[in-house]
Design a protein. Sequence first.
Length: 130
Amino acid sequence: MNNGLLRRLGFYFGGLAIGLIFFAFFVKGRGVKCEFDYLPNARTLKNIRVKERRFSPEMRQLIDNKEIDTAEISNILRDGDVDFSRSKAKVDADTCKVYIIEGTLKNKDIELTVHNCDSTTLIKRIKMIN
């Protein structure tokens, strides 16, 4: 009986593996993108990314002087890490949440200060980390 159970489990897992390979093959060509946005870091970054983005005068000057590009900021907002210990996520209803997002820009560690309001986000400043 033990031998029969092992044989059935082998067939089951073999079929499951083949089915997953076929599934991955068919889904791959359709442009289906699976994002895992259930952890606090990913949820916060996605919430910031989907809103209208505005820049402080300091950031606007850096962008106009071509010292930083908006695509680089988008990459940081996609791949960065939110420092919740220094962020102010618990605020009143009429004020914006302030997040510190750490990332890399041109092989340097940086911090973005982002004010996350109801319908917009304000990229306040960028700071190089030593």
